[in-house]
Design a protein around this ligand. Structure first.
Ligand code: ADP
Ligand code: TPW
Ligand code: MG
Length: 558
């Protein structure tokens, strides 16, 4: 009640959404054309896809769903790419979109921004819900939060019709309708027999190998994971976003002997990593046909998805690893010494090859010489986030740049998608307040490049390094179709990308050799200001599709 007028205090649907968010510890909205509300930080983007990507990565980093808010139809669809990508990568996020009058939408009578959004979202989201009454906003958001973070995390769509958002109701009634979610992602304990089975299999292994995936990184169980790896002595391989879970220079890392380790391992333990295309589906020739697989995952149906799993451990990774540790004592797990020697030899050989690549000083720079410079600058800065997308720029940076802390490497992920760059960089900077370096292929950058303005507007400590090789994969292809147009994969090599950020008051740099690149990056990081380094890379240096040229469609006719 308002004491002066003796009439009830009122609220509306939008404010209820905000209050429901705050009640659940969600304090940031990423979106385009937002409405202000006290106590909520609103980050306004130039495109919904980047807003959605920022929300998704904040979900990955914090274990709380990132919130993206869009307008209906086109704004919703722009955000959907990010929601689908979040679901594919198991990142918790909620896309909230306003929607038009359903009476008109459902009869397709042509409303402003008409689209049947909920049904459009369903196939690409973990779940899609609609709130049809303002008093259901609280329960609707609670349901969205729980769905996003429990079990395998993912993207949830929450449809809010304009009339619900605009509805007026008694503030007290509204407040009472809100729901605080208790234990949104409950622990899921593995069965004791599953733990014993896994340890039995590991005990019999001669050449065991542990693969760490981004599910392991998400679960924030790195202390126990490290303990388990060190106590068993089993070599490990991190998937790209699991780099840094244990430092890349850990003596048990088999990363420098990756192909050898996959092909030779006789028992493989997957911790929060799927046997998808990124692991050759677990099949030969990449893997031994007789290797046995142990898998830790929260999703029961992930087991046997590509290859038989002899010891499935279904549970959350923190609980599962902790149970493994608690039960480890009587087991004699000991990788064979021949295995460790073989791996060490391979590592040394490959490390020498890498050192030669990095030491070469080609002019113009190739990917290795540029990345060598960046590696040097980042070596003692474990707190820095590294965002990475492109083809060669992605594949080679993943191998060259060591990570020393968990959840610092954010990249194209399960889809190998382009366009996450600036959104992830902004999400990481906003969530953590820490500096971000985004290493971007010149093509990859273009997908979210306008968000450079967002970075400057919010004065975020993001340094974007563009690997400008003048194209997609390479910059030297020629047009073979007969016309005067450039080849389809060619981009403007002479483009002065650094001028883009200068237009918005950020610092632009151009680097054509490793020394200038090191200097520019060190300066940019020291300043804490938004910066962009246009890095000249030899257009002849890359290969088609980077390291996955073998996945391109093959045809016997040219
Ligand atoms: P990568 O790409 O790094 O190999 P994936 O995204 O393929 O990793 O696999 C991540 C896996 O981790 C998914 O199968 C997902 O179900 C699982 N996962 C995510 N969070 C957890 C968790 N907290 N506990 C257990 N498993 C999890
Ligand atoms: C949404 C296909 C894969 S890699 C790539 C594209 C367009 C760009 C590679 O060029 P870049 O890197 O970034 O300059 P480099 O170092 O090799 O020159 N659309 C989407 N996602 C993907 N993956 C593509 C297209 C693709
Ligand atoms: Mg390129």
């Amino acid at each position: 009640m308002d004491e002066k007028t003796n009439s009830p205090l009122l609220t509306n649907g939008f404010h209820l959404v905000v209050d429901a968010m705050k009640l659940n510890g969600l304090n940031t909205i990423y979106g385009v054309a937002g409405t202000q509300a006290s106590g909520i930080r609103y980050i306004g983007f130039r495109h919904e896809q980047s807003a959605g990507n920022a929300a998704a990565i904040s979900g990955y980093l914090t274990q709380k769903p990132g919130i993206c808010l869009t307008v209906s139809a086109p704004g919703f669809l722009n955000g959907m790419v990010a929601l689908a990508n979040a679901t594919t990568n198991s990142f918790p996020m909620i896309l909230i979109s306003g929607s038009s009058d359903r009476a008109i939408v459902d009869l397709q009578q042509g409303d402003y921004e008409e689209l049947d959004q909920m049904n459009a979202a369903k196939p690409y989201a973990k779940a899609a819900y609609r709130v049809n009454r303002p008093e259901d906003i609280g329960i609707g958001l609670a349901r969205a939060i729980r769905t996003a973070v429990s079990g395998r995390p993912g993207g949830v769509y929450l449809d809010l019709p304009a009339e619900v958002l605009g509805a007026i109701l008694d503030a007290e009634v509204g407040a009472k309708s809100l729901v605080r979610v208790v234990d949104a992602a409950p622990r899921q304990l593995p069965a004791p027999e599953a733990i014993a089975r896994a340890l039995d299999v590991l005990e019999k292994a001669e050449r065991p190998l542990i693969i760490l995936g981004k599910g392991a990184a998400y679960s924030q169980a790195e202390a126990d994971i490290r303990d388990f790896i060190e106590r068993t002595g089993i070599p490990f391989l991190p998937m790209s976003m699991a780099k840094g879970l244990l430092p890349d220079d850990h003596p048990q890392s088999a990363a420098a002997a990756r192909s050898f380790a996959l092909a030779q391992a006789d028992v493989v333990m997957l911790i929060g990593a799927r046997l998808n295309w990124l692991l050759g589906h677990g099949k030969s020739p990449q893997w031994s046909a007789t290797a046995q697989f142990v898998q830790l995952d929260i999703m029961p149906t992930e087991m046997d998805s590509n290859r038989a799993i002899v010891a499935p451990v279904v549970g959350d990774i923190a609980s599962s690893v902790s149970a493994l540790l608690a039960t480890l004592e009587p087991y004699q797990i000991q990788p064979g010494s021949a295995w460790l020697d073989d791996l060490a030899q391979r590592k040394e050989k490959n490390a020498k090859r890498m050192a030669t690549h990095l030491a070469a000083k080609p002019d113009p720079m190739d990917f290795y010489s540029a990345l060598g410079a960046i590696k040097g600058v980042l070596a003692n800065k474990p707190e820095i986030y590294l965002v990475n997308e492109g083809a060669n720029t992605l594949d080679i940076a993943r191998n060259v740049i060591d990570m020393h802390a968990p959840r610092k490497r954010l990249d194209s992920g399960t889809w190998g998608v382009m366009g996450i760059g600036m959104g992830y960089a902004i999400g990481a900077a906003v969530t953590s307040g820490k500096p971000v370096v985004a290493i971007e292929g010149d093509s990859a950058f273009g997908f979210s490049g306008m968000e450079i303005e967002t970075i400057c507007r919010y004065r975020l400590p993001v340094v974007t390094v563009i690997f400008n090789n003048g194209g997609i994969y390479r910059g030297d292809d020629v047009n073979r179709s007969g016309g005067a147009d450039p080849a389809p994969t060619v981009l403007m090599k002479q483009a002065r990308y650094e001028k883009l950020i200068e237009a918005f008051g950020g610092d632009g740099h151009y680097a054509a050799d490793p020394q200038s690149l090191s200097k520019a990056l060190a300066e940019a990081l020291a300043s804490g200001r938004p910066a962009l380094i246009n890095c000249a890379i030899d257009p002849r240096a890359g290969t088609e599709s980077g390291h996955i040229g073998n996945l391109n469609p093959q045809s016997s006719i040219a």
